[in-house]
Design a protein around this ligand. Structure first.
Ligand code: GLU
Length: 297
């Protein structure tokens, strides 16, 4: 079987060196394993993604020496695929409409004596709408905005097997559906969610190995569960370390990490950047001082 991985950035800004590192890790793995590397633009979230970043992203990746196989898949062109998957989850009765606002969830979490997380996404959903009966749901769906949540108890029952995701060492990591709470599978604003789109795409694109940053490892259990519910194949997962600065802080767009475009515009040498990023003795620690001969420090 042909091995296949993918790099799947979201155009919420220019690619930063952490993204470049991730793309290089994917490519290095693909070369070593004679696998194909696919490129996917994860742009379903029209509230955060902007089309104008995409041409620069492709150019940045080419500049860095990333060579992908075949056509680039843009998620926004395939919304019907994700809606079909959501329909299937509705048919097997493992999702329910949730009318709660973020502030409502937050207030309830506080009421329960739990400390809310910094990000609303990470708050465990206290299950308010799970208990609504069918007539109540139907009535409210007519005039209120709603999200679709995965009913973890129903989902766990629907997949009778004990689930686990596999890593590249052949280890099996058990999935505990309840540890995730009733996650949103269809967002109120955009109709679907990252979790749903990513498992559908990995299946459609025949991805055998998902290589991505450790920050996404917490979602892998949800993805494995969705694969089981939707009868999709389960790829092997590899979570690489994240690039961090000399103080150990993860590099991110939010923290103003240097972008590949900035480096490109400054005339940086991509071969040198590749060597620096893939130098395992760095242990993922990035600093501009690693570029003394580029005049950037
Ligand atoms: N689009 C996600 C990101 O940019 C990556 C998703 C994945 O690799 O599963 O963080």
């Amino acid at each position: 079987m042909k091995l296949r991985t993918r790099f799947a950035p979201s155009p919420t800004g220019h690619l930063h060196i952490g993204n470049g590192y991730s793309a290089l890790i994917c490519q290095q793995w693909a070369e070593k394993n004679r696998a194909e590397l696919l490129l996917r633009i994860e742009d379903i979230d029209h509230t955060r993604c902007r089309d104008e970043f995409v041409p620069d992203m492709l150019e940045d990746l080419q500049w860095l020496g990333i060579v992908w196989h075949g056509e680039v898949r843009h998620q926004s062109d395939f919304l019907t695929d994700y809606h079909e998957a959501l329909d299937r989850l509705q048919r097997i009765g493992v999702v329910y409409p949730c009318f709660c606002s973020r502030s409502r969830v937050r207030a309830e979490v506080e009421n329960m004596g739990l400390a809310p997380h910094a990000s609303d996404e990470a708050d465990p959903y206290p299950g308010l709408c799970r208990e609504l009966d069918m007539p109540q749901r139907k009535k409210r769906m007519q005039h209120e905005a709603f999200a679709w949540r995965l009913d973890m108890a129903a989902a766990a029952k629907a997949v009778s097997d004990v689930l686990a995701w596999r890593d590249s060492h052949g280890h099996h990591h058990p999935v505990d559906p309840f540890s995730h709470g009733d996650v949103v599978i269809g967002r109120k604003d955009i109709g679907i969610s990252y979790h749903l789109a990513v498992v559908v795409d990995d299946a459609i694109q025949g991805i055998t190995h998902v290589i991505r940053g450790r920050d996404l490892a917490a979602s892998t259990g949800i993805h494995r569960l969705l694969q089981a519910l939707l009868n999709l194949p389960d790829p092997v997962y590899i979570h690489h370390e994240l690039l961090h600065d000399e103080h150990g802080v993860k590099l991110s767009k939010r923290h103003g990490a240097l972008t590949l475009k900035q480096l490109r515009d400054m005339g940086a040498n991509p071969g040198h950047l590749r060597d620096v990023l893939l130098d395992s003795s760095l242990g993922g620690a990035w600093s501009i001082e690693k570029f003394p001969d580029m005049g950037l420090a």
